[in-house]
Design a protein around this ligand. Sequence first.
Ligand code: DC
Length: 515
Amino acid sequence: MIVAIDGPAGSGKSTVAKAIARRCGLTLLDTGAMYRSCALLAVQAGLDVYDPANTDAIVAIARAAEIGFEQRDEGQGVFANRQDVTVQIRTPEIDIAVSPVSAIAGVREAMVARQRAIAGNCNVVAEGRDIGTVVFPNADVKVFLTADPQARALRRAVQRAGGDAAKDTGATADQASIDEILADIKRRDAYDSTRKVAPLKPADDAVHIDSSILSIDEVVERILSLDEGLRALDAKAGPSDDVFGMKGPAGTSGRTKPAKSGTRAEKDGGIPGRLRAFGNNSFDDYYDHSMGDYPLPAKAFLGLVVIIVGGVTKMLWPWSIEDAGKLADKSAGRMIIMNHGSLLDPIPIVVSCWMRGVSVRPVFKSEFNLNKLTTWFFSRVGGIPVNRGTADMKAVRRTKAALERGENILIFPEGTRIKSDDEPAKIHGGFALMAQLAKASVVPVAIVGARDLRPKGASIPQFFKRVYLKAGDAISFDSLNVKGKKQQAKAMEELAMKKVVELRDHLRAKHPGKM
Ligand code: DC
């Protein structure tokens, strides 16, 4: 059995290959580590890897190199000429040096011969750039794994900061390092795909999988579904536990006791079921599960909050929604977007959707999770936190899943509350991307009057001021008549925000004096 996984840096190949090796009892062949080892040995020998005059010397080093792997609790150890180079081969210096070294035909010949020799003795899952095209053109399963460059850069940035974006899918990193890594990834992509020898390209018969917003488990399941033999190996090796760890020698499944931590969804093998009351559910469990799966006490709490907060706010600031029926569609999740003027804004939407029997999940900035109590509260009312200013792929995945389950998402694209029309509002276009991924329609909504509830300088809000909302028609991606994914998202972002402004202006004209 040979499983070939090719793809660019940061596409998730290594984690996916590791998980498959572990689940199906295959030997993991990290071919990138072999080229990295050659680059390290050349650098250690004092060779300038960019100087063509050194090509023969580098090829000689590669041919003579003894490269070996060792399975460890924390992952795979790599040895080159009996030194443990596991850490050294992952430095930024080797990230750069490996490109010219791996482009040398003689180096590749030497490495490919070894890769084939290893696969001659056992079942392997090999990951690299040319596995399906050159090394094992007859592989049983061929996958070309991609991910958008932002997502790949985020994973690498988290990895560099000592985290693991695969284990902690909510992990984030600072934008400066993401940008720096993004530039390096683009440089390497260009180099690896345009080099003469064995360029990075999918085999004609490879199955393409985009891992940008899929979890590792989802990618692994998709790969397992491609081949009966692979599924049989998986079944033979027993039920899956911690797919991220690798224990035992290469080529053994090395199953370990179940992971101690993890969300219920992870513990349930990625298939979310109903959350148990008092079941020690984590906040993540609430973000990942359908609100319909919340335990009864949590549902009762939400009902109470809706009735009390809805009732009190309606009394203090009588609010009403024109065309509220457009907010909810029982057959499909909708992305609701609106302008943002006060903390009251989400309440009418949550109450109206709740009364129509449709869950709505407000996306809120993670800074609102000030302490355990606020985090607890937001998780119970269906909130999904987002780390702003970073590529928060976990939030994207969660909103996509919620929309696909038929839940509504509520987002304020202006990000922060806008206190005056003179304030320039930067629109966060993420809502269009999330809606597009879930093929959900976008419903524009406007609110007026809320901004005046606490005028500038006032320490307490003013009561009994009316607040008006209006929902617009749902906009579907099909109705945009725009080709190309990126162009579609951009068009949706512009049109939906334009509609919000139109609705707001309509309300202002109808209720003079209201902002
Ligand atoms: O997967 P990685 O980032 O560890 O790979 C390191 C480098 O090695 C990468 O820049 C491309 C090269 N490589 C290759 O040319 N062919 C392979 N089969 C694997 C990696």
